[in-house]
Design a protein around this ligand. Structure first.
Ligand code: SAM
Length: 287
C-alpha cells in the first residue's frame, strides 16, 4: 500500500525530492530566518510549484539554483511564496487599547511633545499599522508609524489600503465611517483606508534578520507579533536584543498571542498580556 507521502508525490507535476526540500529549508532559514517544520513539505511544494509554473522552469534543482543567485529577482519571490501573512484589523485588540492609553498618558505628561514613533515590524497587508493609526487618531496623538515586512507583495497591498468588505466585518460603525471610504472604480465593492490615515504610515521592506532596519530615533512602541514564532530560538534572542537597542526606555513591545520570547529578558518588564515595557536603565547583557 502506498504511504500518504508517496501518494502525494505520484500526483505531483514536478518531482520534489527530500534533497530539494532540505535545500528549500536551508535557503529560507538563511534568507528570512524562517525555520520550516518537516511537516510543511506539502505546503512548500504547492507554493513553490506556482513559481516553477510562472518562471517556466521544469524542475526544483534548476529553480533553487536561480534563487541562490545573489541579486536575482526570484530570491524575493521565493521568500514571498513561503511567508505566512495571516492578519486582521485590531487583531489581539488589547494591544491597541494599551497603545491608546500609553499615547494619551504621554500627551498629558508632555503636551506639545513630539510625535509618537511606532514600528509595526512584520506588518503583512497593513491591518496592524492601520489599526495603530486609528487608535492613535482617536486619542489625537500625532504619530509616525513605520510599517515593514520582508514580503514585498504584501507591502504593495498594504500601501494600496484596499480591503475586501469582510476585513471590516467586526469594526464598529463609527470607526468605519471615520476612517474608511467605499472603493470606487477598480476598488468597487471594497473598502479603502482614508488618505489621512494612510499618510500616517510609511511602508518599507525590512528583513528582521538583515541590516536594513529603520534608522532614526528610538521607537516608543514596537509591534512584533506572530512572526518570531517562525524563527529559531537563537534568532529570536538576537532579534529581541536588537529591538531593545532601538526601543526607548519606558517604551512598549507587543508580541503575538502564543509567543513568549520576551519573557524574562532583563531589560523588559511584563506590563500586561503579551506586552513589555523597556526598563529605564540598560541592564547588563549575558555574555
Ligand atoms: C502571520 S503575519 C503577522 C502579521 C501581523 N504582525 C499580525 O500579527 O497580524 C507574519 C509576517 O511576518 C513576515 N515575516 C516573515 N519573516 C520575516 C522576516 N525575516 N523579516 C520581516 N518580516 C518577516 C511575513 O512576511 C508575514 O507578513
Amino acid at each position: 500500500m502506498k504511504s500518504a507521502a508517496n501518494a502525494f508525490s505520484a500526483q505531483r507535476e514536478y518531482p520534489f525530492s527530500p534533497g530539494d526540500f532540505r535545500r528549500v529549508r536551508e535557503l529560507i532559514a538563511k534568507l528570512a530566518g524562517i525555520a520550516l517544520a518537516e511537516h510543511k513539505e506539502n505546503m512548500v511544494y504547492n507554493r513553490l510549484a506556482r513559481r516553477l509554473r510562472s518562471t517556466g522552469i521544469g524542475n526544483f534543482g534548476e529553480y533553487l539554483d536561480l534563487v541562490e543567485q545573489p541579486d536575482g529577482v526570484e530570491r524575493g519571490q521565493f521568500v514571498n511564496a513561503l511567508t505566512t501573512n495571516l492578519t486582521s484589523f485590531f487583531r489581539e485588540g488589547h494591544h491597541f487599547e494599551m497603545l491608546a492609553t500609553y499615547a494619551a498618558a504621554r500627551r498629558r505628561s508632555a503636551p506639545g511633545g513630539g510625535r509618537l514613533r511606532v514600528w509595526s515590524s512584520a506588518c503583512s497587508t497593513g491591518e496592524e499599522p492601520y489599526s495603530a493609526a486609528i487608535a492613535l487618531r482617536e486619542v489625537e496623538c500625532p504619530a509616525e508609524i513605520i510599517a515593514t515586512d520582508i514580503d514585498t507583495e504584501v507591502l504593495s497591498r498594504a500601501r494600496r489600503g484596499s480591503y475586501a468588505l469582510e476585513a471590516v466585518d467586526n469594526m464598529n460603525p463609527e470607526r468605519l465611517r471615520r476612517f474608511f471610504l467605499k472603493g470606487v472604480g477598480p476598488n468597487e465593492g471594497r473598502i479603502m483606508v482614508r488618505p489621512e490615515l494612510q499618510a500616517m504610515v510609511r511602508f518599507s521592506p525590512c528583513n528582521l534578520q538583515g541590516n536594513d532596519w529603520p534608522s532614526g530615533e528610538r521607537f516608543d512602541v514596537i509591534f512584533c507579533r506572530n512572526v518570531m514564532i517562525y524563527f529559531s530560538k537563537e534568532s529570536q534572542r538576537q532579534v529581541l536584543d536588537r529591538f531593545i537597542d532601538v526601543l526607548r526606555p519606558g517604551g512598549l513591545l507587543f508580541v503575538g498571542h502564543s509567543e513568549s520570547y520576551a519573557t524574562g529578558h532583563a531589560a523588559l518588564r511584563n506590563c500586561g498580556k503579551t506586552s513589555y515595557e523597556r526598563r529605564a536603565v540598560d541592564s547588563p547583557r549575558a555574555p
